[in-house]
Structures are given as structure tokens and as C-alpha cells.
Design a protein around this ligand. Structure first.
Ligand SMILES: [Cu+2]
Length: 359
């Protein structure tokens, strides 16, 4: 192992914008590289999760750095050297003022590719890092004091519809590396229309004999899960966290439960004092994103995006796995063309009668 290579991650400043931009920034390296340099700038402390297998060397580096006692002062650049002895999917983050620095997004993925490929060759290799934020409506900076009540949920720093869709070819083998360095919540990541196996965690590879099929994988805080699949059905398959709140964005916590309420009398009386008043939530909240009502700047209230059939009212931690027979020529932002008869439609009366259903 005589190869030496320097790789630099720059983490500059700690303003909201630079941190949000930094989330999901993935460092990719190759196993066996003797020297990787992680250069960090401005107010960042320590890398701990990165390259667990290089722990000895890293502990040494951290001792030199004073571990938890010596955060890098603003304006300085420190160097951490790691021997990348094992391949895998790891993460890095600051270990100083964790509530603030992690809440503001000072996290990223650290991918070490094996020198010799293991297992079946994959055709595509994606990285998705989840994160959660408390961002008051109209505020520019996430609130680091939040402990459980997060209202903006992201993949690689973006909420749907801004998330990148993942393209895949029918019959290809797809790898998705999932990482979670959000402050508090575990995310059960679910994919429609196909199943997958977990082939690795940040602790190492899962032997093939221990892999089992799943449609949802839980990604706990502080861990990575690598899933692989071979999609056989072309289509637009939703991929999202299955916690319902995590596919919705800012939604006004503390609002009363209005489902089923008869507000006609209230609306009449309110109209006398506030002509623009409108009660909301009597049938749930699903249509609110589509209404696209004016909102304060820098807010993301329950927004989804346009779908092929109607408005997709999911936002947050949601993206689409686009499986195509000819992925190289397909538009990653375009929607799947369903074959005739391949989508649901209102039931016709004759069919319902034949099934014994009263129309
Ligand atoms: Cu979630």
C-alpha cells in the first residue's frame, strides 16, 4: 500500500446557508489509500464516525487534537489523517456543540469503495442522507434548541419536490446508501413496488446468508444502511420515510383538531369581523399544499408537488425511484407513461352491480 492521496473536505463557516448546502456532501475514497486528509475549517471539531475501521489511527489523531477539549477555532484549518483500511459507508460530523452544529447541518457521508468489488456488481450507486430541522415559519436559521419537534425533513438537504429523483434501469442492480445524522428521529425508509436487501451497515458487510427481503428499512440516528435491489417493474416508485409527519413539512403545530367539525356558524360569525377568515382542516390537511396560499418568505408549509395524475401532497423526506427500460434516454424529471389499462379509474356501475356493490 504505497498509494498516497489527499482528499479535502472543506467545512467553512456555520451560517445556515453553508450548513444546509453541506448536508449530504459525500466524500468518496478507495480502500487501501494510505493517507487521506480531511481538512476542516472554521469552528468544526472532530470526526468520529468516519472510517470506523481506522479507529486506532483516528483515536491517535483525536488525542493529538485534544478530543472533546479542542474545537478548531474560527479561521483555522486543522488536518485529520486516516488510513482507509476497510471499505464501507460511513459518516462524519462535528463533535463540538452537537446540538447546534448538527442541527445546522454539519454532517456528511464518507464512502470508502473496496479496492476489489464485493458481491454482485451494481449498475448505480446512490447516497441519501436524511436530516431534520426546526425552522420557524419565515426564519432563516434552524433552531438548535429543538429536541423533538422538527418541521422540515430532508434527503440530502432538500424536501420534495426539490429532492433528486433516482433513475434505475429495469433489471439493473441498484445500491442506495442511507445515512441518518439527524438530531433525534429514526427513519423507516420505504420503497413502493419492489423489495430489497440490506447488504451492509456502517459496522460492515452483511453476509448473503443473513440478508432477507424487505420493503422498509429502519435507519436509526447515527447509522448507515446499504440496500440493494433489482427492479423488475418499470414505473415511478415512491421512496420515502414512512413516519407520516416526515413526509409533510411545516404544518403549524398546536393547531386544534378540526376533522369533522361543522364550522358554518363559526364562519358566518367570523366573517363579520374578518372577511377573509376561512376555517381549515375539517376534512384533513391533504389539500392544503395544492391551495398554494400565500405564505411568509422562507417557509415550506405542507408543500408537495405536481404529479402525473394530481397534486402529490407529500413533501419532506420523499423522492421517486424512476425505473425505466431505457434509463439513459429517459428524462429523470419526466413521469412514467403507463400502458393502457394500467391505472385506476372510477368503477363503472355495471361492474359494481356484478360485484354486488350498491352504486
Ligand atoms: Cu422519518
Amino acid at each position: 500500500m504505497s498509494e498516497k492521496r489527499d482528499t479535502t473536505i472543506r467545512v467553512e463557516g456555520m451560517t445556515c446557508a453553508s450548513c444546509v448546502r453541506h448536508v449530504g456532501a459525500a466524500l468518496r475514497e478507495v480502500e487501501g489509500v494510505e493517507h487521506a486528509e480531511v481538512r476542516r475549517r472554521d469552528g468544526v471539531a472532530i470526526v468520529r464516525h468516519a472510517a470506523q475501521s481506522s479507529l486506532d489511527r483516528m483515536i491517535e489523531a483525536l488525542r493529538e487534537a485534544g478530543y472533546e477539549g479542542a474545537p478548531i477555532p474560527p479561521g483555522q484549518t486543522w488536518v485529520y489523517e486516516l488510513d482507509l483500511r476497510h471499505a464501507g459507508t460511513f459518516m462524519y460530523h462535528s463533535h463540538y456543540d452537537e446540538m447546534t452544529q448538527i442541527a445546522l447541518g454539519m454532517v456528511g457521508m464518507f464512502i470508502v469503495h473496496p479496492r476489489r468489488p464485493r458481491g454482485p456488481r451494481v449498475d448505480r450507486d446512490y447516497v441519501l442522507m436524511s436530516h431534520e430541522w426546526r425552522l420557524e415559519v419565515g426564519a432563516r436559521r434552524p433552531d438548535p434548541n429543538a429536541m423533538s419537534d422538527f418541521n422540515v425533513l430532508t434527503f440530502n438537504g432538500k424536501s420534495f419536490p426539490a429532492t433528486e429523483p433516482l433513475m434505475a434501469g429495469t433489471g439493473e442492480r441498484i445500491r442506495i446508501r442511507l445515512g441518518n445524522l439527524g438530531p433525534m428521529d429514526h427513519h423507516p425508509i420505504h420503497i413502493h413496488g419492489l423489495n430489497f436487501v440490506t447488504t451492509a451497515t456502517d459496522g460492515g458487510y452483511v453476509p448473503e446468508s443473513a440478508q432477507y427481503p424487505e420493503t422498509t428499512v429502519l435507519v436509526p440516528v447515527g447509522s448507515t444502511r446499504v440496500i440493494e435491489m433489482v427492479p423488475t417493474e418499470p414505473g415511478d416508485w415512491a421512496m420515502h420515510c414512512h413516519m407520516t409527519h416526515h413526509v409533510m413539512t411545516q404544518m403549524g403545530h398546536g393547531i386544534p383538531n378540526m376533522v369533522g367539525a361543522d364550522t358554518r356558524r363559526l364562519d358566518r360569525r367570523m366573517a363579520r369581523v374578518a372577511p377573509d377568515y376561512m376555517s381549515m382542516g375539517q376534512t384533513g390537511m391533504g389539500g392544503m399544499g395544492e391551495m398554494e396560499m400565500p405564505t411568509p418568505p422562507n417557509s415550506l408549509p405542507m408543500r408537495g408537488g405536481r404529479g402525473p395524475f394530481s397534486y402529490i401532497d407529500m413533501g419532506g423526506m420523499f423522492t421517486v425511484l424512476k425505473v425505466r427500460d431505457d434509463p439513459e434516454r429517459a428524462d429523470p424529471r419526466g413521469w412514467f407513461s403507463h400502458p393502457a389499462g394500467g391505472v385506476a379509474a372510477p368503477a363503472d356501475a355495471a361492474r359494481m352491480r356484478a360485484d354486488g356493490v350498491e352504486a
